[in-house]
Design a protein around this ligand. Structure first.
Ligand SMILES: [Zn+2]
Length: 212
C-alpha cells in the first residue's frame, strides 16, 4: 500500500498538478487560483480608481492596508519569488478588464529587479495580454537593509543601463511594478526617461501607510 502511494505521488502527472497559491486547494481552474479565490479576488479590486503618488497616476489592482486588508498582503507574499505566471496572467486580465485602456501610444517599462521575479512576471503578464513588449533599463543600487530608513528609501538610487528608445509617436510611459509603497522606485525610474508627456504606474497593490 505504501509503495503504491509512493509510486502514485511520484508520477510525472502529479508533479504538474498545481494547487491554488492562495489557499492550497487542489481544485484549480486554468488561471491558477481555485474558483473560490478567483471570485474573492474579483470582489476585492480597487481599480479603476487611481491614487496620486509623488505626482504620478498610480493604478493599483488592490489596496494593501496593514490595518484593514491583510488579504492583499497574503496575495503579495504568495506571488513573491516568481514562478506564478498563470496567477499573474489571471490578475493582468482582471486589471485590463476593469477599464478600457487606450494603449496605442504607450511604452511599457518594468521595475528594476531580476529576471523572473514577481515584478517581471507582472510586466510580462500585462504586456502579453495587450500584445506589447516591455523594456527593463533600470538598475536599483541597493541600500543595506539595516540602514534603510524612510529618508533613505526616498533617495533610492536608480540607474539606467542604456537609454531606451522611445517608440515613434509614443507619449505615455507605463511603469509596471507589483507593489508600490512610497512610490520612490517608480518616480526615480520614470524621471530618467525622456520624451513622454504622461507617466503612469500599474501595480498589483498600493501599500498604504508604509511605515519605516
Ligand atoms: Zn484558493
Amino acid at each position: 500500500m505504501f509503495l503504491f502511494l509512493h509510486a502514485l505521488l511520484n508520477m510525472p502527472l502529479l508533479e504538474n498538478f498545481k494547487s491554488c497559491v492562495f489557499c492550497g486547494s487542489m481544485f484549480v481552474l486554468t488561471p491558477g487560483f481555485c474558483r473560490y479565490c478567483s471570485l474573492e479576488i474579483e470582489k476585492r479590486t480597487y481599480a479603476p480608481k487611481v491614487i496620486i503618488v509623488k505626482g504620478m497616476i498610480v493604478r493599483p489592482l488592490f489596496l494593501w492596508s496593514e490595518l484593514h486588508n491583510l488579504w492583499v498582503k497574503h496575495l503579495a507574499y504568495s506571488l513573491k519569488g516568481g514562478g506564478c505566471m498563470p496567477e499573474q496572467n489571471f490578475l493582468a486580465h482582471l486589471f485590463l478588464s476593469i477599464k478600457n485602456f487606450k494603449l496605442k501610444n504607450a511604452d511599457f517599462y518594468c521595475a528594476p529587479g531580476r529576471h523572473g521575479d514577481h515584478a517581471h512576471e507582472w510586466a510580462a503578464a500585462i504586456t502579453s495580454a495587450v500584445g506589447k513588449d516591455f523594456r527593463r533599463p533600470f538598475i536599483k543600487k541597493s541600500i543595506k537593509q539595516k540602514t534603510k530608513t524612510k529618508a533613505e528609501r526616498e533617495m533610492i538610487n536608480i540607474e539606467i543601463s542604456e537609454r531606451p528608445i522611445k517608440t515613434k509617436n509614443a507619449n505615455k510611459a507605463i511603469f509596471l511594478d507589483d507593489i508600490v509603497a512610497t512610490g520612490s522606485t517608480a518616480h526615480n525610474s520614470l524621471s530618467l526617461l525622456e520624451g513622454y508627456v504622461f507617466n503612469e504606474v500599474w501595480c498589483i497593490a498600493y501599500k498604504e501607510h508604509c511605515s519605516d
